[in-house]
Design a protein around this ligand. Structure first.
Ligand code: NAD
Ligand code: MG
Length: 385
């Protein structure tokens, strides 16, 4: 029986993780979790999982009320609370389903505790990839990705010899505006952007999919996780999101991981650290799937992956600026403060104007540069008002 800490239980990946834990009480025991502001779901979670002893919430005011309401449970709040719950709760594996920069310190803390990290929070790897890789190389903890593409790649890589592989092909749906030309993106609204054609996800990743910044992040994620250079990773557009990624072998063969788009599959794979008998919601017969459509990735239509990969290649702390600027710009777009096409522009401006030193930053330097970048964008958005 594996003890689980679930960070971000109220989100899209978090609630799907709860489904899996509920469905398999022989394998998993939920001991601890975090939610953001949606504290109203806590009683329901406690009803299903009476084993929970540690909970972190985002706001101090919620913490005060809950602490009085549930005296036998240990509560935490805020960013510091997320770090503390990773240090103090009783668990073997932490599922990091937080969104954005808030996930970085928890990822690092879990590995420093020599625990297993099932990681959906790709921002951790974009910003702290080099720190996380070093911890893993030094033998601290283990990491299993939850991102569907990376679960697919991990599965495929486990079935071939490394010298057989020529390239990794990461598939991309193209997001909500894939049928629009670049000129047509000037007028799009947050409501239009939030309707993803194939996946139902949290707001930030849905916008990141529409700009394809998400795919840039995923290329970085693949470089960190699988130790592949950029020359060996290619983005392939695929409309249906059934082919989760492919390997191109040196003999010309393509190996693909194919299933219906349902994140329960990749989450279960990560939680069990391997392939499991897991019944996906929809019937899965090859004759019922397809036809499938693949296209070449066009960097002029979607510049964001190039911006992201260039920042990673230039090194060090540039990905901290990349991630913070993107996060700020995405939320500014969602709040109607900037148009859709300004998301990339704001990221490029931050990358060009905020000084960085290019060395390998410490966690402390990353935290400072993240705050500095947010301040820079905040000021820009205020001036625009
Ligand atoms: P979401 O917005 O639905 O959920 C995010 C969770 O994080 C919520 O529980 C929220 O309360 C919590 N949270 C956010 N900011 C916080 C803060 N400052 N302090 C404490 N808690 C905070 O997001 P999601 O779609 O579930 O995505 C989570 C992560 O998984 C992201 O990194 C995303 O890129 C990745 N991912 C998501 C999917 C998907 O299908 N949703 C697929 C692959 C990868
Ligand atoms: Mg993905």
């Amino acid at each position: 029986m594996r003890k689980i800490l679930l960070l971000g239980a109220s989100g899209s990946i978090g609630s799907q993780s709860l489904d899996i834990l509920k469905g398999d009480p022989k394998s998993f025991l939920l001991t601890s979790f975090s939610v953001g502001k949606r504290v109203e779901i806590i009683p329901d979670i406690l009803l299903s999982f009476p084993s929970v002893s540690h909970i972190c919430v985002q706001k101090e005011s919620d913490y005060d009320v809950l602490k009085a309401q549930y005296p036998s449970i240990h509560f935490y709040f805020g960013d510091e609370g997320l770090r503390q719950i990773c240090e103090e709760a009783d668990y073997d594996m932490a599922v990091n389903a937080l969104v954005g920069f808030a996930g970085l310190v928890p990822s690092i803390t879990v590995l420093r505790q020599d625990k297993i990290l099932a990681l959906a929070n790709k921002e951790s790897l974009v910003v702290g990839g080099r720190i996380i890789k070093k911890l893993l190389k030094e033998g601290h903890g283990k990491l299993y990705p939850i991102d569907s593409e990376h679960v697919a790649i991990a599965k495929l890589l486990s079935r071939v010899k490394p010298e057989e592989v020529e390239k990794i092909l990461i598939t991309a749906s193209g997001g909500s505006f894939r049928n629009l030309k670049r000129e047509e993106l000037a007028q799009v609204t947050p409501e239009m952007a939030l309707a993803h054609p194939t996946w139902s996800m949290g707001a930030k990743i849905t916008i990141d999919s529409a700009t394809m910044m998400n795919k840039g992040f995923e290329v970085i994620e693949a470089m960190v996780l699988f130790d592949y250079p950029i020359e060996k990773i290619e983005i392939l557009m695929h409309d249906e999101s059934h082919v989760h990624s492919l390997l191109k072998l040196k003999d010309g063969t393509l190996l693909a991981d194919v299933s219906v788009p349902d994140m329960h599959g990749p989450i279960a794979y990560a939680l069990h650290e391997t392939h499991v008998e897991f019944e996906l919601k929809r019937v899965h017969k090859l004759s019922e799937l397809g036809p499938y459509h693949f296209h070449k990735y066009d960097p002029h239509r979607y510049p964001a992956p190039m911006i992201a990969v260039n920042a990673y290649q230039k090194g060090g702390d540039l990905t901290t600026i990349l991630n913070a600027a993107n996060e700020m710009a995405v939320y500014a777009f969602l709040e109607g403060k900037i148009p859709f096409l300004s998301i990339e522009k704001e990221v490029e401006k931050a990358l060009a104007n905020i000084p960085y030193d290019g060395g390998e930053p410490s966690l402390r330097q990353i935290l400072t540069l993240d705050a500095l970048t947010r301040h820079y964008l905040q000021q820009r958005f205020e001036r625009k008002r």
